[in-house]
Design a protein around this ligand. Structure first.
Ligand code: ADE
Ligand code: ZN
Length: 330
């Protein structure tokens, strides 16, 4: 019997997306439409493929945020992002957004728009979704406490945890320990970007001082074998994003034997493949799986195992996970 192509095999696997930034999921067409709403005569540049580094990327990301100003903008952007997920056979999404990047928009208004689109995705695609407000670490730990006040002031069932993102290297984890301790005490789940362009020590501090058992990226862990062993024992989940490594990390060749994601998988760390910012990087989840399958030679069993990690180690309730596993099996 003829084997299915890698792409059709991957398309058939039900998936979970755990590292997706709403604002980074906005594609050029949707971003242009949103901007024209406020600046009808704007001259819009064509999209660029890839970015020089994390800072260059973040400047473009902030540019998109300026044109998300009311609940309808948030609903449209979220709907677009979830529809793209559905096209990659995604059954559950845990989505970051950046409350502080949208000056002058009330937190509750952002939630209203995003959660409306979550409802629509549930009825249209049978897709579940959770929301993760992420603190911009460049704004510092004091602002982090104010961010947390805001999150705690308007709790919704599907807002289950917090994240930490933006420029990592100048803004390591330790100053955020109190904020994270308080978030955990309030029953929020916690994750943080670490080891993307920061060293292994930043990953260790994110595990030990912030109490994270989920790390976004984490690549520089490969420089610290003792930490690799400990994270394996602690069953830490790493959300890894192949395409964005080519712009935001030192690993710019997925075919290289020493690419960090390959070494993480070989070392037996638990990973979930994700897109990070699919609109800005012009990718989608099926493509991210295909890139790893083809470059690393992953077997069908390994691809299915990785896809399942997202379901078993995401932040749904036990009941929600049971339902998700049934939806994935159907
Ligand atoms: N915000 C969106 N994508 C990001 C990334 N890869 N690293 C840090 N902050 C981000
Ligand atoms: Zn990210």
């Amino acid at each position: 019997m003829q084997q299915p192509s890698t792409a059709s095999l991957i398309a058939s696997i039900p998936k979970v997306e755990l590292h997706l930034h709403l604002e980074g999921a906005v594609g050029h067409d949707v971003a242009s439409k949103m901007r024209r709403r406020y600046e009808p005569d704007a001259v819009i540049e064509p999209p660029s493929a890839g970015f020089k580094d994390l800072e260059t990327f973040l400047a473009v990301y902030d540019g998109i945020c300026r044109y998300m100003r009311d609940a309808a903008d948030f609903r449209d952007a979220t709907w677009h992002a979830l529809s793209r997920c559905a096209a990659s056979n995604v059954r559950h999404v845990e989505m970051f957004f950046s409350p502080d990047a949208h000056k002058g928009v009330a937190y509750s208004e952002m939630l209203d728009g995003i959660l409306d689109a979550f409802d629509a995705a549930k009825s249209e695609y049978g897709m579940s979704a959770l929301l993760i407000p992420a603190h911009n670490r460049e704004l510092g730990p004091e602002h982090g406490m104010a961010f947390l006040d805001k999150v705690l002031s308007d709790r919704r069932e599907r807002v289950v945890g917090i994240g930490l993102d933006y420029a990592e290297r100048p803004n390591p984890a330790p100053p955020f320990a109190r904020m994270y301790e308080r978030a955990r005490a309030e029953g929020l789940r916690v994750t943080a970007h670490a080891g993307e362009d920061g060293p292994a020590e930043y990953v260790r501090d994110t595990v030990d001082l912030l109490g994270c058992r989920r790390i976004d990226h984490g690549y520089h862990i490969v420089d610290d074998p003792e930490l690799v062993a400990r994270c394996r024992d602690l069953d830490v989940l790493f959300t890894v994003c192949p395409t964005t490594t080519l712009s935001t990390t030192i690993w710019r060749d997925l075919s290289a034997r020493d690419h960090a994601i390959r070494r993480m998988i070989d070392a037996g760390l638990r990973v979930s493949i994700a897109t990070d910012d699919p609109g800005l990087f012009m990718t989608e989840l099926n493509r991210e799986y295909t890139l790893l399958a083809e470059n690393f030679g992953l077997s069908e069993a390994k691809l299915r195992e990785i896809a399942l990690n997202g379901a078993t180690h995401g932040w749904l309730s036990e009941e929600g996970k049971k339902d998700l596993l049934q939806r994935c099996a159907a």
